[in-house]
Design a binder for this molecule. Structure first.
Ligand SMILES: CC(C)(COP(=O)(O)OP(=O)(O)OC[C@H]1O[C@@H](n2cnc3c(N)ncnc32)[C@H](O)[C@@H]1OP(=O)(O)O)[C@@H](O)C(=O)NCCC(=O)NCCS
Length: 137
């Protein structure tokens, strides 16, 4: 019998433990685990979406905002063994709906070249000019 992974449950502003978000982030962005206080960071967000499968955090996205028209997607991430099942697309769909509900008019994201298919084709973002300064240098 083929064992199918259960469909995750998606929750806007769902409760998280700092360490489970940090573990997922370390896996997704390939860094070592720190004791980052995710809950303190999320207090300043418009919101975030959790995807849980059998109660395990398998997907997450954070949404920063300016308190007005602009919302900013940060840290879209899905655990490695759950990718290409449409989980990130559902996370972004929920962000889009919630940002609309909050009265935002623009949803921003920046990303590396290899994710253009995901953000442009799958999620419907369009290209725009953006700027960046590395403040650590
Ligand atoms: C980027 C990421 C969140 C995508 O998660 P995912 O759940 O696998 O994405 P989805 O299954 O919703 O993808 C939907 C579609 O987007 C496109 N897509 C997704 N990941 C892609 C990739 N790595 N390369 C090219 N296209 C991709 C595909 O068209 C895909 O549909 P398909 O599987 O039917 O071909 C995940 O790969 C990840 O966590 N990466 C590491 C962290 C990261 O770089 N996050 C982005 C920060 S901006």
């Amino acid at each position: 019998m083929v064992h199918q992974k259960p469909a995750p449950e998606y929750v806007w502003r769902g409760g998280v433990e700092n360490m489970e978000v940090e573990r997922l982030h370390a896996e997704a962005f390939d860094h070592s685990i720190s004791n980052h206080d995710w809950n303190a960071q999320l207090e300043r967000s418009l919101g975030w979406v959790t995807a849980r499968s059998d109660n395990l955090l398998v997907g997450f996205v954070n949404v920063a905002w300016d308190g007005g028209a602009h919302a900013f997607i940060l840290d879209t991430m899905v655990s490695i063994n759950q990718r290409r099942r449409g989980i990130a697309k559902k996370l972004i769909d929920q962000v889009r709906a919630k940002a609309c509900e909050a009265g935002c008019e623009w949803l921003h994201v920046d990303f590396e070249d290899h994710l253009a298919e995901f953000y442009w084709e799958a999620c419907g973002f369009r290209a725009t000019k953006a700027g960046l300064i590395d403040l650590t240098r």
